[in-house]
Design a protein around this ligand. Sequence first.
Ligand SMILES: *Cc1c(COP(=O)(O)O)cnc(C)c1O
Length: 379
Amino acid sequence: MMDARYKFLDLGVVNAPYASAIKNIMAEVVDSGRYIGGPAVEKFERDLRHSLDVPDAYVVAVSTGLDALRLILRAYMEMGRLSPGDEVIVPSNTFIASVLAITDNGLVPRFVEPDTGTANLDSSLIERAITSRTKVLMPVHLYGRVAWDEDIKEIARRYNLIVVEDNAQAIGAKSTMKGLYGGSMAGDLGDAAGFSFYPTKNIGALGDAGAVMTRDAELARVVRALGNYGSEKQYHNIYAGLNCRMDPVQAAILSYKLGYLEEENGHRQRVAETYEREIANPAVIKPPFTNRGDCVWHQYVVRVEDRDAFREYLIERGVETGIHYPVPPHRQQCYREYSSLQLPVAERLAREVVSLPVSRCTSIEDAESIAKIINGYLS
Ligand SMILES: *Cc1c(COP(=O)(O)O)cnc(C)c1O
């Protein structure tokens, strides 16, 4: 592709303001001689708790967002709370990793359709998906928008479901409604949450990284052991575990970048405000706007019926876009057994969604120009 005037995302540009600090941080880790675990990782765990202001939570730094989710589910299995074949309710339009964490543990995804507007779980459809084997509800705060409401909370309580949040995309978002244990930050609404610090996320590492957050001390202990070969004491194994630890280099970088969480999310909010104000094209359906902090705009996703023509029009004018996501999980080759499911909302979203640039690469002026270009599109 030619160098587009309006890049969708350039991670070098995103990290440029932090680059010299990051180089110093990396040099400190080199000099420290601690390359697995140690003070940098412990500090990151405290920093994540503090930056989200959830003093009652435990944080376990792990290798990736996918590992965070699979370790949570695996820990519940080790604790006797889940058995193979138990069902997990998950949105039908989520990123594949939510579902991989489920099937990797021998659990069964129960796909529930999203609301077309928010793209988050349609809570009015959850109850009819519940069977005697349903044990877990996994809301995904997709595109940075908190997926939490009175219905979800009430259903989780009534059916005694374990709530595992996929919080890969909504770090720093705050629900307008309290969670199961009185918290309101995304990641502190249910029983446990997986975070991702994949480089494109709102706070991104310079490689892979993730975290588990929970108020359950026992769960945190089991997750930590499972991610460390199943061991708490070296060479003594309680569980047949995995190796899913966060590198100190990533931990130190993330501790530093967490200091800019509000600034990063604030920029995305301003870009979203600009699109909300400036885009006025009946062919382009905007996401429901909010400025209450319950969306941190990991993606700004519009819907357009003739998506390919729209994207083509934009790229000819220098605007790069993304698609999150073009193929829903039940249509993936690895999940052939679910291919006959009727999930028309997920399929429609997969056909129509277009993500506009919303990162640090996009200035407010860029967003205004992009909106003008979009307003010139004739469907
Ligand atoms: C990124 C992401 C994950 C996985 O995180 P990784 O760190 O890439 O493993 C899981 N769920 C959602 C919704 C994501 O966007």
